[in-house]
Structure formats: C-alpha cells, structure tokens
Design a protein around this ligand. Structure first.
Ligand code: ATP
Ligand code: MG
Length: 367
C-alpha cells in the first residue's frame, strides 16, 4: 500500500500520572534519533491524542526496534474531508479485487468529525462492494481497511506491525552487563534494555575471537538503543586473576573451583566499574543449573560479593526460550560461531561450600 506517514502506538502501562509527558517526549526523541541514525528522511514527527505521527516519510523504518512502541502502521495521510475520503477509496480497489473478504474499520479520534465511525464504515464498505463484489467478513477479513479520523488529517492503512513494547531506552537507568560471546548474556542484556535499562557492557577477554564476537553483539544491541552508542569495557581475564590464571587452572586442588573463582572475580571487578559508571547493579545471563557453575550453592558464592543487585532475566528460562529470542533479535547467528573461549574443568565443583570457598580464595591470594 502507498504510504506517506507512519502511525505509532504506545501503551498505557507506563503512562500513569506525571510520568506520561516525560515518557512521550522521550519516545518522540528516540524515534527522531533512530530515523536520523538510519538516514531515513521525514518531514515531521508529532504527538497527538496519544499517538505519534511521522509525516512525509517514504521508507518504512523497522520501528519495532524502538522500545516503548506497541505497534505501528504505514499509512496514507489525506485531507480531513469526508468527500475526499470517499473519492480516495477508488485508488485502493486493487487491494480488494481477488481478496477473499474485507471489512472497513473506522476509528474516530476526533469526536467532532460530523460522521461517526459506523456511518464511515458502512458507506465506504458499500462503495468497495459495489465496485469489487468482494464479500464482507466482519470477523476474519482478508483485508482490514482501516480509517483513522485524526485531529488534523485522515489516515488510511491496512495492517499493524507489532513492536517489542517495553519502555524507552535508558529511562530506567544504568546497569553493568557482564557479556560473554555466548547465547545467554546478549539476550539477558536485550531483555533489560527493553525495560528501559542503558547497559554498560563489560567483557572479560579470553581470546581475540571471543572479543570480536562481543563487538559484533554490541553492534546488534545498538540496533535497539535508539541510535545511541553502547559503551563496552574489554578487560583481559588474566587481569582479574592478577596474572595467575594458568597457574591456578593447572593446580589440582584449585582446578575444580576455577569457574566459581572466575565468576567471583568478574563480579568484584564489575562492581568497581558500576561505581565508576554510577550504575545501580549488574545484568548476567545466568540460568539456574544450566552449567556446572550455576547451582544455587555456586551462585550464592559469587552473586553476593559485590553487594549490588544482580539481574538475571533468564534465570528460569528453558534454553529453547532463550534461543528463540536470540534468533528474533539477531544475536544467535553471532553467538553460535566458533571461537576459542574458556575450557571448563572436567570435574567442576557443583556445590561450593561458602566456608571452603573463602579458604580457597585466601590460598589463591585473590580474596
Ligand atoms: P552465556 O551464554 O551468556 O555465556 P552461559 O550459560 O554460558 O552464559 P556461563 O558461561 O557460566 O553461562 O556464564 C554465566 C554468566 O556470566 C554469563 O551469562 C555472563 O553474564 C557472565 N560471563 C561469563 N563469561 C563472561 C565473560 N567472559 N565476560 C563477561 N561476562 C561473562
Ligand atoms: Mg558462556
């Protein structure tokens, strides 16, 4: 369908009381920034009666990538005049010819428009039927011809694209996100971004191939940050081990604890970065019992060290659920490419006792 504008809908959930205006203004400026970052031309974005209208636009942007948007429709904006509307329908006949059925749905946002929704639906329906003989089906039409009577104009459209909803980028504040080259942590980061979090990515670098993957994952996540750059810290893993990783890994007594020690050190370092960045906690892709280091006892040993809250939206997910999201957002293909990451111990400690763990840390000189 020909379009010259886009109608953007956002939900009501976050719009209680005083937050409403801030939320709307942020969403408006995020859309503006998103379009400019993609070099998509438009003439105007405006907010009217609980909708955002992008006018003078010829390329359809993937607005589902802007958090806070529930749905959007490419639409044809026409003069707000009933006779013009009736004449305009002729240009759409080809949409109905050959279609199994249709209906006309009208929403009258401007209640002062002299014709109510039913009158508009019925008369346009008659014009279309007369010409095309396409049957009407109110329940499950093949073509839903929608007319929205706005404040300044009339909009015609035939479909809605669903967005991810959520809250505009960054409105919740900052969190440090521990990101690996795996499948889980990019998805966890995405899910928290969807709730308005600005992530500060922290990657503990094990190999150049892993780090390259993380940089690619960052670029995918930036598709969802409304045209803003996401910060990434790359820290060599050996830094947090004070240069002793290989020695400890090869120490028979320490070896089974290496993953838990590693996570403990990651969390300690991430807390330092969180303080510098004024972030209010971390994001991890932890998932209960998925790998050896993720038993409740092990999680207890390292998740409490920082004193900061740790948000792990995947903690109860089945792997399939995570993979589904990873595929949808575009991180999966990158995450599954081969790289040389860490080699977990053959006999990992699955139930680290906290007293023993403290002793182990003292012995290693890493406490
Ligand atoms: P992922 O798929 O995110 O790698 P995983 O299921 O493989 O997770 P682990 O490797 O035990 O599980 O990692 C648990 C979490 O610890 C990760 O989701 C991530 O948040 C963090 N993490 C693991 N490795 C790194 C790393 N090299 N740098 C930063 N964070 C890491
Ligand atoms: Mg991993």
């Amino acid at each position: 369908m020909n379009f010259n504008s886009v109608i953007v809908r956002y939900g009501e959930i976050a719009l209680k009381g005083k937050n409403r205006r801030t939320f709307e203004q942020k969403l408006l400026s995020d859309i503006d920034r998103f379009l400019r970052a993609r070099h998509i031309d438009f003439s105007k974005i405006s907010l009217r009666m609980g909708r955002i209208y992008i006018k003078g636009i010829e390329t359809l942007p993937p607005l589902e990538k802007v958090f806070g948007i529930y749905s959007y429709s490419p639409a044809l904006e026409i003069e707000k005049d009933y006779e013009t509307l009736k004449k305009k329908v002729v240009e759409f006949f080809s949409l109905f010819e050959g279609a199994a059925s249709f209906r006309v749905s009208c929403q009258r946002i401007d209640k002062n428009f002299p014709y109510n929704s039913m009158v508009v639906e019925r008369s346009l329906g008659e014009i279309i039927f007369e010409e095309t003989k396409t049957p009407v089906n109110l329940k499950e039409p093949a073509v839903n011809f929608q007319v929205e009577i706005g404040e300044d104009s009339i909009y015609i459209f035939t479909g809605k694209v669903k967005g991810f909803a959520g809250l505009p980028y960054g409105t919740a504040g900052k969190l440090v996100s521990l990101i690996s080259a795996g499948i889980d942590s990019p998805v966890a980061t995405f899910l928290m971004m969807k709730r308005g979090v600005e992530p500060i990515l922290v990657h503990f670098k094990i190999s150049e191939s892993d780090a390259r993957k993380v940089r690619k994952l960052k670029r995918i996540l930036e598709d969802y940050s409304a045209g803003r750059e996401i910060k990434l810290y790359e820290i060599p893993r050996d830094d947090i081990f004070k240069g002793n990783f290989a020695t400890l890994y090869n120490n028979r007594k320490i070896h089974p604890y290496i993953c838990v020690i590693c996570k403990y050190l990651m969390h300690t370092k991430a807390a330092e970065i969180a303080r510098t960045e004024k972030a209010l906690g971390f994001i991890t892709g932890d998932n209960l019992a998925q790998v050896a280091s993720q038993t409740l006892k092990n999680l207890f040993a390292y998740r409490t060290v920082s004193g900061l809250p740790v948000y792990s939206p995947l903690i109860s997910f089945e792997k399939e659920e995570t993979i589904k999201i990873a595929k949808k957002i575009g991180t999966y293909e990158i995450s599954i490419t081969k790289s040389t990451g860490c080699i977990p111990p053959k006999n990992p400690k699955t139930g680290v006792k906290i007293e023993n763990f403290q002793n182990i840390l003292e012995e290693t000189g890493l406490a």
